[in-house]
Design a protein around this ligand. Sequence first.
Ligand SMILES: Nc1ncnc2c1ncn2[C@@H]1O[C@H](COP(=O)(O)OP(=O)(O)OP(=O)(O)O)[C@@H](O)[C@H]1O
Length: 251
Amino acid sequence: MALLEGENLTKSFGGVLAVDDVSFSIDRGESVGLIGPNGAGKSTLFRLITGVHEPTEGHIFLDGDEITGKDSHDICHRGLVKTHQIVRPFEHMTLLENATVGAEFGGRDVDDPREKAYESLEFVSLDHLAHTEPDELSVGALKRLEIARVLATDPDVMLFDEVAGGLDTDETEAIVDLIGDIKESGKTIFLIDHVMRALMSVSERVFVLDNGQLIARGSPEEIQNNQRVIEAYLGTSAGRDHDATGPVAGD
Ligand SMILES: Nc1ncnc2c1ncn2[C@@H]1O[C@H](COP(=O)(O)OP(=O)(O)OP(=O)(O)O)[C@@H](O)[C@H]1O
């Protein structure tokens, strides 16, 4: 059954049509990747879903309820939350305190926010650093802290924005495994990434945006062999340059 649905979503900024009549449906427990060239409208689509921007036209439904135009806090309270592309933890708070902020202020009724935060740190293998501050964390560990902060809000749907960006090969593998574990735990996943190997290996289905329009959707294999997608993205320098970790179709 569809957990997250977009219906004829459009967003224009003045003369720029960032998202152009996009409709999609994601089932409970599914993991879906979103790819496309720079400026295709991926981040804008995520901002529509998370309530940062209101669509110019169209509707968004979460578990059958319309969430179009609702604010981010309300949407988080209903169980949908996004990781930030640029991770900025509270510097003078411990990792546990950082994750507790998610549990306390995510808006869901978490019984014991500190315990939920600790569980989330355990899930991302940062519990041994729970009482330290984040200033000496590696990029990979910072990304895992961001995931813990989001997990602590007890979401049903998690949106990941470039979670593998800037990571080395080992860190990328660790994040791919972690997203697999999150999916196994029953969460629904929607993610943007330019690191193709990571995205293709965690996604059951892939959507492709180009110029604001959804030009293709299918299994990772279908997408990697789709001529239109290869021309728009995978076969371009944009598709290749961002993927230092493995081959993509069109190489
Ligand atoms: N707040 C805004 N005001 C005006 N134009 C915007 C705004 N946000 C995005 N845009 C424009 O909308 C289009 C889509 O941008 P968006 O950031 O959604 O693309 P993207 O696919 O996420 O790109 P990237 O892969 O580079 O992050 C671009 O032309 C961008 O300049």
